[in-house]
Write a protein that binds this ligand. Structure first.
Ligand SMILES: Cc1cc2nc3c(=O)[nH]c(=O)nc-3n(C[C@H](O)[C@H](O)[C@H](O)COP(=O)(O)OP(=O)(O)OC[C@H]3O[C@@H](n4cnc5c(N)ncnc54)[C@H](O)[C@@H]3O)c2cc1C
Length: 245
């Protein structure tokens, strides 16, 4: 006798989910923090009074790397992505808070990652000088078939153990890093800028980075949400080489 529910259908995805769940983040937060030392409680008024000065101040803070005024804001994202993305993501320790779904307390759902047609499959060059180029249709077919077979097999083993009464925390060891997980990730603009500088590829970056495509997919979605919330800060970040202040 087991309380294991009916086996859910296996799903395959080639994308990620990123949703801005809640936020308290605007350019005026940066200006307020920067001006409070000199302008005191009048600082909020001054932001709208002189937009050009506000733009200039944000640009100055970014250029000279006065970073702390960019910390007085908050963005919480819901992210659903493969576990290998989360392993990279959670290396970002500073200015980030995480909560991830538990493989101990709930049965993991069979949603697995298979790269889409636009995902470059072939790596050329040497470490530090890698270039990724498009795979052939045959290579895509090989990837899709191999991953799908492996995912199905490991998920079947997971279910077999659950049905035999084995604890979820033990059975999950058989599941691969292509399994989707979900988390809440909360950051501020400064920690997000540092994350973006390492996890996106952008020609405006003073120091280029070469992130794995799948974490870059998450980063690009976060960047779009943040750009809409803090357009002056975002413009200054790009104008100053996408270096976190
Ligand atoms: C393209 C790429 C390839 C990578 N490859 C690998 C790899 O092969 N293996 C691997 O293990 N990791 C790898 N990483 C992860 C990388 O080493 C970092 O752990 C990750 O990018 C987080 O960066 P961070 O430490 O700057 O961020 P955070 O942890 O958010 O830290 C932010 C900043 O705080 C300061 N800081 C934080 N902690 C300390 C500390 N303990 N001491 C001093 N200063 C601190 C630093 O200035 C740091 O930049 C890779 C990252 C990228 C982008």
């Amino acid at each position: 006798m087991t309380d294991t529910p009916t086996e859910p259908a296996v799903q395959f995805r080639d994308d990620v989910t990123v949703e801005l769940i809640k936020h308290s983040a605007s350019d005026s937060d940066v200006l307020w923090a920067a001006r409070v030392s000199t302008a005191g409680e009048q600082s909020l008024e001054e932001i709208t009074k002189d937009p050009e000065r506000s733009t200039g101040l944000i640009n100055f803070l970014m250029r000279d790397r006065h970073g702390s005024p960019f910390e007085h804001n908050s963005m919480t994202f819901f992210v659903s992505a493969p576990i290998f993305v989360f392993r990279e993501f959670m290396r970002h320790r500073v200015g980030w808070s995480y909560n991830e779904e538990s493989g101990r307390y709930r049965e993991l759902q069979p949603v697995f990652y298979i790269p889409g047609e636009d995902r470059k499959l072939v790596q050329q060059g040497r470490p530090g000088k890698y270039e990724f180029v498009h795979g052939t249709p045959e290579q895509h077919k090989t990837v899709a078939e191999a991953m799908e077979a492996s995912y199905r097999q490991s998920y079947e083993a997971y279910r077999e153990m659950l049905e035999a009464g084995v604890a979820r925390e033990v059975a999950r060891a058989t599941l691969p890093v292509g399994l989707f997980s979900s988390m809440y990730a909360t950051c501020n603009a400064r920690s997000l800028m540092h994350f973006l500088s390492l996890r996106t590829q952008d020609e405006r970056a003073r120091t280029p980075s070469f992130p794995q495509r799948e974490i870059a997919m998450v980063a690009e979605r976060m960047e779009a949400e943040w750009a809409a919330l803090m357009p002056l800060t975002y413009a200054a970040y790009n104008a100053n080489g996408r270096v976190a202040p």
